[in-house]
Write a protein that binds this ligand. Structure first.
Ligand code: GDP
Ligand code: MG
Length: 440
């Protein structure tokens, strides 16, 4: 990506009441002054009212002089009425005045390239945009403020120090300088390994905050799985009928339950199917069970039939047994080896207790505080590489094989640098920024 020209994009969504067009680059002010008519734009950080030259529409404009801007370049932002045609017209005027349409994530890429943020912060920008729940947002905000980058930076600093000691032993091995004892160096590397392990342990909590969990509703036909799905998402998402075998495919819907993003997955009732389509639906239901983070096994309190509970034997995640239709008269309910909740999906009773149960299952107890920092999959892989190398280096350090030890510590430092971006290759950067939206 070229970072020396002037780029432009509509930063807001189509259909919004306002449109924001951002310009970034050496000629941002020049282009801005061609597109926008008014006075005072050249004074940084002051919002001024004028008009878009092409349309005569009123528009607010602000100039942020680099490096004190989001991207580190000179930036101009125009705020206009409407996110549709009006925004497109203004963008076109920017292009006609010499700016280039920005690619996905290009503003944030510039912020990274100009040293305004590290790679974990750039990733956090995407996380903030994508956050569906308060939990996800809180974690992203912490990462955006640099909490994760700071921890990685501290580890790298410590290892760079250790590497310095190892290398000076190599260079001056004949001289009697004041060396750190091998035991002390080993202890310091062990402490970094422990910090890496602790940070790697935040992955699962981070995944739950960012991506959420898969909650699968399964059970025999007609027990009320789809009714429960609809009750949980608050609208008629799945078709409900008195006929068995209504839901034949998996029906998926995103929701936020107890402050956690959830992929709610309604499945076909598990039974010996009457048709090919239903049989495929049952296969998909079984696949969904295998990929679940939590399963609600729904049962009909009016006609307790536990014949298919064996389906749950291979499920590796927490399961709750949900007795539905408890609004109807029913006898004593049989015991099940799962946490059990009694509800009526139709009358919306018992749902709070069900959500308590869900929350408990997700967190294996009370929900923990949002972690200070939590790694994603990319970070985790790099941390594992680093800790593998450091573990190997321990004996070399103890036995004072400094050259070998240094050759292991050095790539470990690089692996950590990959997390914050210092040593990330262009393909890694491309991969990260291409997932951003245009305008970010
Ligand atoms: N009385 C009562 N009927 C329910 C309840 N939940 C679902 N039903 C009825 O049970 C039938 C099957 O419901 P559905 O949600 O399609 O079940 P599914 O096959 O498990 O998805 C429909 O006629 C629903 O109206 C409930 O809580 N109480
Ligand atoms: Mg159904």
């Amino acid at each position: 990506m070229d970072i020396n020209d002037t780029i432009c994009a509509v930063c807001t969504g189509v259909g919004g009441a306002l449109g924001v067009i951002r310009l970034s680059g050496p000629d941002a002010l020049g282009v801005g002054l061609k597109v926008w008519r008014g006075r005072g734009l050249d004074e940084p950080r002051r919002m001024v009212l004028g008009r878009i030259a092409a349309t005569g529409e009123p528009a607010l404009a602000v100039y942020m002089k680099g490096p004190a801007s989001y991207t580190g370049d000179d930036v101009v932002e125009l705020q206009i009425h409407g996110g549709g045609a009006a925004a497109r017209r203004t963008l076109q005027a920017c292009v006609e005045s010499g700016a280039r349409p920005a690619g996905p994530g290009e503003f944030t890429f510039r912020a990274f390239a100009n040293g305004r943020m590290d790679l974990t912060q750039a990733e956090a920008v995407a996380d903030v945009v994508a956050a569906e729940s308060d939990r996800g947002l809180e974690l992203a905000a912490r990462q955006l403020s640099g909490a994760l980058g700071a921890r990685i930076g501290a580890m790298r600093g410590e290892l760079t120090d250790v590497l310095g000691e190892l290398e000076s032993k190599l260079d001056f091995s004949e001289e009697q300088l004041d060396w750190a004892a091998p035991d002390e160096l080993r202890r310091r590397v062990e402490a970094v390994i422990a910090s890496i392990k602790e940070l790697s342990g935040t992955y699962e909590a981070g995944r739950r905050c960012r991506e959420g969990v898969a909650l699968v509703l399964a059970g025999r036909p007609n027990v009320g799985k789809s009714s429960l799905m609809n009750a949980l998402v608050g609208r008629d998402r799945s078709i409900v009928t008195p006929e068995a075998g209504t839901t034949r495919d998996v029906v998926e819907e995103r929701a936020v339950l107890r402050n956690l993003p959830v992929r709610l997955i309604d499945t076909a009732g598990i039974r010996t199917a009457g048709s090919l389509a239903e049989a495929m639906g049952v296969d998909r239901a079984r696949a969904a069970l295998r990929g679940a983070d939590v399963v609600f096994w729904v049962l009909d309190a009016g006609s307790p039939d536990m014949s298919d509970c064996a389906e749950l034997s291979g499920v590796g995640c927490p399961v709750a047994a949900v007795w539905n239709k408890c609004d109807l008269p029913h006898g004593e309910l049989p015991e099940l080896p799962y946490e059990t909740v009694e509800i009526s999906a139709e009358k919306h009773t018992g749902l709070n207790v069900l959500l308590d149960c869900f929350e408990h299952a997700v967190w294996h107890g009370a929900p923990p505080a949002v972690p200070e920092a939590a790694v994603n999959e990319r970070h985790l892989a790099l941390l594992e590489t680093a800790s593998g190398l450091l573990n190997e280096s321990l004996d070399e350090i103890s036995d004072e094989r400094c050259e070998l030890a240094a050759s292991l510590v050095r790539p470990a430092i690089d692996a950590l640098g990959g997390v914050t971006g210092e040593t990330a290759g262009i393909d890694v950067l491309d991969n990260i920024f291409s997932r951003f939206c245009i305008g970010k």
